[in-house]
Ligand binder design. Structure first.
Ligand code: G4F
Length: 324
């Protein structure tokens, strides 16, 4: 039986990846941080087949223990402080977890592998946020990185450290440069879920308005379930590499609002949306659109859910959850 260790198991991607790996017959171990983490119960409920281990990306010895217990052949490093807006106010802890945490798990994996550095296949969750002030449209694996947030800077560190461990030690370490990916499991702080939850509550008469930031930013949004499949495909390749994972289509926050409100029969959403400067960022990533040609040809991967289907899926799920 193939064994996988997943950090960040409590997040959207961790849950979808665990389901995928379990369906393929893997034994799955998930790393959970902290004492009495309330998300233990969420993971037990949603993916009961996962074996949970305690550990922290900032604590090298806890990672080594988790590797010794799980004895994985695949490690997926999805753990991070992932909310970009939070990273300006908490740049130091973002750097500790999202940047130096990658170094810790790479080093723990290298030590665990001993004389056979490619015995464990390693996946690093890199991000389109690394493109920041984009230097090319669309963005590919070759595009110069120009991060615009402490989170983006931390992800760049993790990305290059992964490449460096591959090149220095011969590790089978791959990096997935994933563009925004969403689902009904998305945290409520991210814009898609914030909108889908608010639209559902507005449709049901439970709230009147939602406060938003920059409506002109554009993102390449895909479905998280499709994106974890790309992660798995990367680790099945004979040679490790880096891949952009994206839909190749971009939409503004305004278009997100159009589709979400239209789903509940509201065409003129202006009276339901208030602009609030508190949601503006010190530096914005204005335009993301990915060129995933390499993933499509080498991994034989492609997205299966359109932007409209994704937004409908999220609004429908939040309507079902919010109905009294
Ligand atoms: O949903 P967001 O918070 O996602 P963001 O910043 O693009 O980051 C997400 O995707 C990255 C991949 O590129 C990941 F690496 C990262 O971990 C995370 O998953 O914001 C999307 C856009 C931004 O331009 C933001 O300014 O939406 C804009 N926005 C406008 N009003 C808002 C709001 N974002 C949030 N969260 N809340 C608002 O009210």
């Amino acid at each position: 039986m193939t064994r996988a260790l997943v950090t960040g198991i409590t997040g959207q991607d961790g849950l979808y990846l665990a389901e995928l790996l379990l369906s393929k017959g893997y034994e799955v171990f998930g790393l959970v941080r902290g004492q009495n983490n309330p998300k233990y119960d969420l993971v037990r409920q949603q993916v009961p087949g996962v074996q949970l281990l305690t550990g922290d990306l900032t604590d090298l010895s806890s990672l080594m223990r988790a590797l010794e217990t799980s004895e994985p052949t695949e490690v997926y490093n999805l753990g991070a402080i992932s909310f970009v807006a939070y990273s300006w106010e908490n740049a130091h802890v973002t750097t500790e977890v999202t940047a130096k945490g990658v170094l810790n798990i790479l080093e723990a994996t290298r030590l665990f592998c001993g004389p056979t550095p490619d015995a464990v296949r390693f996946y690093q969750a890199s991000s389109s946020e690394m493109f920041g002030k984009v230097q090319q449209v669309p963005q590919s694996e070759q595009t110069l990185l120009w991060p615009r947030s402490p989170y983006g800077v931390a992800k760049v560190f993790g990305h290059y450290m992964t490449i460096n461990y591959r090149e220095s030690y011969g590790m089978h370490a791959s990096s997935g440069i994933l563009f925004n990916h969403e689902s009904p499991r998305r945290g409520p702080e991210f814009v898609t879920r914030k909108v889908s939850m608010a639209v559902a509550r507005i449709a049901l008469g439970l709230q009147e308005t939602v406060s938003m930031g920059n409506l002109d930013a554009r993102r390449d949004w895909g479905f998280a379930g499709d994106y974890v499949d790309a992660m798995h495909r990367m680790l099945q390749q004979p040679v490790a590499d880096d891949y952009v994972v994206s839909t190749g289509r971009t939409h503004s926050i305004r278009e997100l609002l159009d589709v979400a409100f239209a789903r509940v029969g509201i065409d003129d959403w202006g009276r339901h949306v208030e602009l609030d400067k508190r949601f503006l960022r010190p530096a914005e990533v204005d335009l993301l659109i990915g060129d995933s040609a390499k993933a499509r040809s080498v991994l034989d991967w492609q997205p299966t859910v359109s932007f409209e289907q994704l937004v409908h899926m999220m609004v429908d799920a939040d309507l079902a959850a919010a109905r009294p």
